[in-house]
Design a protein around this ligand. Structure first.
Ligand SMILES: O=C([S-])c1cc(C(=O)S)c[n+]([C@@H]2O[C@H](COP(=O)(O)O)[C@@H](O)[C@H]2O)c1
Ligand code: NI
Length: 422
């Protein structure tokens, strides 16, 4: 089965995803021609250039607007641009601001885009209907996240950076490339979001930015030690729209590898990698590492902190088992499951956050069913249905986090929410 895997160990922004997809697309000329024709009326010119980071060669996508690169905002990983607006907060909810408007400031001219105006721009583009539908769905995700963050409605929100023309080009570019590549299955790694703060039109925001955090609901992500915004709202929305599962890379026979570069340089190569290949339809087998230690001198609070730290660092699972240790001491086994490649990282975390002086490793062979998601509409919102198949079985199950969110919001039982699906 033709499978696409996004490796987001350095997060993702729209331009990085577009570049990573461009590298694995075998219709590069057609892509550039279609995009440049569709966006010519906006003075946008898209080109692909070789970029090297840490000695690795990849592609950086240049989005030039009237001859200037990515005018209003930069899709790099530490956004240092500020807009010195006099308004304290920049989600505009006034009636008179329902259409686009501009601020002419001494330093720059800055446009705000309503959700409806972005949808109208997408509809007007000369792109295949499926591409426009995907781009609109991605902007709906961003719009819903924005309206949740600012406690307003889709009709009233105004986008700042995410509504600019270069962001629109990134979203449409990714949608067109996905259309040309046509993978049957799409997976991604858990997402590295970065840490610290980011400056943007709203002011200084914590990382992940609030809109990004909304978009991450139900998706495994981690912060890590790199300071800066690694995952942007646009990157998160594109991945949320296309990706069926955020997990370890399945066992696949590779055909193409892509490397999409960000603009900023870090000690670690700042890129999204794409892997396109064949995954056996029956499920897939791989190996995982189990790391354990016995503990008899940590408090419940400290053990819980250690477990949470391991999960935040990207562990596949963390659990404790009560045991009876020597000298009559009650204790626990703390176990973390992770990818083999993460052995050193998790070993360091075990020694840093527990009192243990030794840890044990076990490598397990694992088989997994192939999972896909479908979304069902209910009167109280969407519920994702996880479908798992392979090894002569087919299961389906509503996502518990979706059921829980609706049950809490409506003040009803989980059974009531499950009944909505009948
Ligand atoms: O444009 C808007 S409305 C916007 C909202 C938010 C919130 O978290 S709320 C954050 N940002 C920041 O702007 C850039 C956008 O980068 P893209 O690559 O997604 O276009 C980023 O730094 C966001 O954190 C914008
Ligand atoms: Ni503004």
């Amino acid at each position: 089965m033709k499978t696409l895997y996004f490796e987001c160990k350095m997060g993702a922004a729209g331009d990085m995803l577009m570049a990573a997809l461009y590298e694995i697309c075998d219709q590069k000329e057609l892509f550039l021609q279609t995009m440049n024709q569709a966006f010519s009326e906006y003075g946008i010119q898209i080109s692909a250039e070789e970029s090297k980071k840490c000695g690795i060669s990849g592609t950086h996508m240049h989005v030039m607007i009237n001859g200037e690169e990515e005018g209003v905002h930069v899709h790099e990983h530490v956004h240092t641009h500020t807009h010195d607006h006099t308004e304290a907060e920049h989600v505009h909810t006034n009636e008179h601001e329902a259409a686009e408007h501009h601020h002419d400031e001494s330093s720059h001219a800055h446009t705000h885009h309503s959700y409806q105006s972005v949808l109208a721009q997408i509809e007007h583009l000369q792109l295949p209907a499926q591409v426009k539908a995907d781009a609109a769905a991605i902007y709906r995700l961003i719009g819903e996240a924005e309206s949740a963050v600012h406690n307003t409605t889709l009709e009233q929100i105004h986008f700042h950076e995410v509504g600019t023309l270069d962001a629109l080009a990134d979203v449409c570019g990714c949608a067109l490339l996905m259309y040309l590549i046509t993978p049957e299955k799409v997976f991604a790694s858990p997402l590295h979001v970065g840490s610290g703060f980011v400056k943007c039109a709203h002011g200084i925001l914590p990382v992940p930015a609030p809109a990004t955090a909304e978009l991450l609901k139900g998706i495994p992500f981690y912060t890590g030690s790199i300071k800066g915004e690694l995952l942007t709202p646009t990157g998160a929305a594109i991945l949320r729209h296309y990706v069926e599962g955020f997990e370890e890379m399945p066992v696949m026979t590779l055909e193409h590898i892509g490397c999409g570069m960000g603009q900023k340089d870090f000690e670690t190569a700042n890129c999204v990698r794409t892997f396109l290949g064949d995954v056996q339809a029956n499920g897939y087998d791989d190996k995982i590492l189990s790391i354990s230690c016995n503990l008899d001198d940590m408090t419940g609070e400290d053990i819980s902190f250690a477990a949470e730290t391991l999960l935040n660092a990207g562990a596949l699972d963390v659990y404790t088992i009560p045991i009876q240790m020597k000298k009559g001491r009650p204790g626990i086994i703390l176990t973390c499951l992770c990818a083999l490649s993460e052995k050193e990282n998790f070993t360091n975390l075990f020694f840093q956050h527990t009192t243990t002086r030794g840890i044990r490793y076990a490598v397990y062979e694992r088989v997994k069913l192939v999972s896909t998601f479908e979304t069902k509409e209910t009167p109280y919102g969407k519920i994702r249905i996880k479908k798992s198949s392979g090894y002569h079985v087919d299961h389906e199950k509503p996502e518990f986090e979706d059921l829980k969110a609706i049950a809490f919001k409506q003040g009803c039982s989980l059974k009531d929410v499950r009944n909505l699906l009948d």
